[in-house]
Ligand binder design. Structure first.
Ligand SMILES: [Zn+2]
Length: 238
């Protein structure tokens, strides 16, 4: 049986060893990034936790897929990184769009999990943070000479109309952007978001992130595949 060392969410023990009884591959991203759920028993309190794990690179993922737990002679931690453990916030939480930068992916997942447990204001803050991080790249770098008003830089509510007006986001999304209020302070809001507001924000955030990251990467990958096909065709003997 393979071991996993982690803090125990059941008894609070730090850096304790778990017996990993089952390792289940539940998701593979970009063909080689493997994610697992591991049903594990704490050696201190003898209670079960299901950890969410990510393979440390494609080689570690392939070894786990080929040999399973029986092939692991050292702690499983050499092959996987512990992301978190299954808890109520994972029930029915939305998946993040593909190909997001790690910081934005993490913010989106946190927002989706907050939404899933009814913390709508916390969810709203995280979705706004996703859009803030994703759209900062469109602002001119030189703050001294550019003509962009200060409030566009610092307030998402003011930045969104500027992004639409300057062609950085598709016009079709403008109406949906009304879920981002022009309330000045983007870091904090007045704690009045309801479930429907949080859903609106999640939907709008998903569409914006798909447009900025997912579609862009899909096009890049398609071009890469096309170039590879052409290279192979050119290399074939005539
Ligand atoms: Zn324990």
């Amino acid at each position: 049986m393979a071991d996993l060392v982690n803090d125990c969410p059941r008894c609070g023990a730090k850096r304790i060893t778990f017996d990993v009884q089952t390792l289940h591959l539940y998701h593979t991203k970009y063909r080689s990034q493997h994610y697992y759920e591991a049903f594990s028993i704490c050696k201190k309190c003898n209670r079960a936790t299901t950890f969410l794990l990510e393979a440390r690179g494609s080689d570690a993922g392939e070894k786990l897929s080929d040999e399973g737990l029986d092939g692991i002679k050292s702690a499983l931690n050499s092959f996987v990184r512990v992301d978190t453990y299954v808890n109520i916030s994972h029930f029915n939480a939305a998946e993040s769009p593909d190909h997001l930068p790690a910081t934005i992916d993490s913010a989106f997942c946190e927002g989706a999990r907050c939404h899933a447990i009814g913390c709508y204001n916390a969810a709203g803050a995280m979705f706004r943070q996703c859009i803030d991080l994703a759209t900062k790249q469109f602002l001119p770098k030189d703050t001294e000479t550019d003509k962009v008003p200060k409030q566009v830089r610092f307030s998402l509510g003011h930045r969104l109309p500027w992004l639409f007006d300057n062609g950085h986001l598709p016009e079709a999304l403008r109406e949906l952007s009304s879920c981002i209020k022009e309330d000045g302070n983007d870091a904090a809001h007045d704690g009045t978001l309801l479930e429907a507001d949080s859903i609106d924000l999640q939907d709008f955030t998903t569409l914006v992130l798909e447009r900025i990251y997912t579609e862009h990467e899909q096009v890049r990958l398609a071009a890469e595949r096309r170039d590879e096909r052409r290279r192979k065709a050119a290399d074939r003997p005539k």
